[in-house]
Design a protein around this ligand. Sequence first.
Ligand SMILES: C[S@@+](CC[C@H](N)C(=O)[O-])C[C@H]1O[C@@H](n2cnc3c(N)ncnc32)[C@H](O)[C@@H]1O
Length: 387
Amino acid sequence: MHGRGDGSKRKELMPTFFASCPAGLAEALEKELQTLGFHTLEKITSGVYFDTNWEGCYKANLCSRLASRILKPVMDFTAYQPDELYQQIRKHDFTKYIKPTQTMTVDVSLKESMMRDQRFTAMKIKDAIVDQFREKFDVRPDVDNDNADLRVHVKAYKNHFDVSIDTSGDSLFQRGYRRQFVEAPVKENLAAGLIRLADWDEKQPLIDLMCGSGTFLIEAALMALNIAPGIQRKKFGFMSLLNFDKELWNKVVNEAIEQEKEETEVKFFGFDIDRRAVASAKDNARNAGVDHVIEFKTQPVATVEAPVEKGLLIVNPPYGVRIGDEDNIKDVYRDLSYTMKHRFKGWDCWILSGNKDLIADLRLKSNRKIFVYNGNIECRFLKYSMF
Ligand SMILES: C[S@@+](CC[C@H](N)C(=O)[O-])C[C@H]1O[C@@H](n2cnc3c(N)ncnc32)[C@H](O)[C@@H]1O
């Protein structure tokens, strides 16, 4: 929740922003924001509060690899009844964000609150906002749930409402490079977060034995080449707001481009049994501008040999929940286990899986276990040091 109960003194000095992230990544996100030069305030399960100005907000949207969205909290209050909620929302001037001819939407999540109906609550909030416009301009913004110019996020927990302006628009995992889809890809910001959790030092060779659309390798290569994850995106939410400063945005983009490297010594290898998956991974890598540093090959996990002596292996085998059937998958896990044990001695291997029975079938002992969510599937991210 956003309410931080810190007297809001700091808010007067420097606006507070909130970077949301998948569960399990908040600590890594906090570190990332600090590395990007931000002053972080507080970490909660769903993300990290940090102080910055609008230039920093642009930079966080462009450069954070782990954040799902950057939100600008604008008010918090307690409300038990719809009319109370309506009156509270009216206290904040929403007409300063967009013109009445632009569009808006409200996203609501309610937990343990008197108001339980998400749609009705969103409608009440929307009414309070559009009434402000109608009274001031005689015109009100239309609602557009998919491509709104103003996206208002509201979270209520135990009747305490936190209201934010979404500065990202589409979620930040949508980098813009993945145009080819395979089944069950991992979200880009989760992939980047897992690479951080695996303590990859941006020097070790990196291999993915079941690379699918290539997300892990592409995200890691973007890190190694210092390419901002949002550099391909055409649109961010803040661009539709009235205070959007295009010159400042161009400055932030140019500064990011100046930091890019053309080459890296790091070696990246991707394998997958599915020819189409490998073709899509190659396309995606090309779109992301990292295809020159990654070698992709169509090959089943059972026959892959380590291409270099040591490095980091990361793999997201099928879970059985979304693709394939359990019996075949058991063989896949056995093959994976055999290959890791016999051909990747000396490597640190990380497996992301949403199926603990299949993990048990590996018959390997993990030396670290981290719980994360891949979409709404609870997964284990397990480390195996192969000696
Ligand atoms: C969950 S998907 C990986 C998704 C990937 N992490 C991404 O972000 O796109 C699992 C992948 O394992 C591959 N696979 C299944 N059996 C395999 C095998 N025996 N050898 C190699 N790859 C296999 C599938 O083709 C699929 O692309």
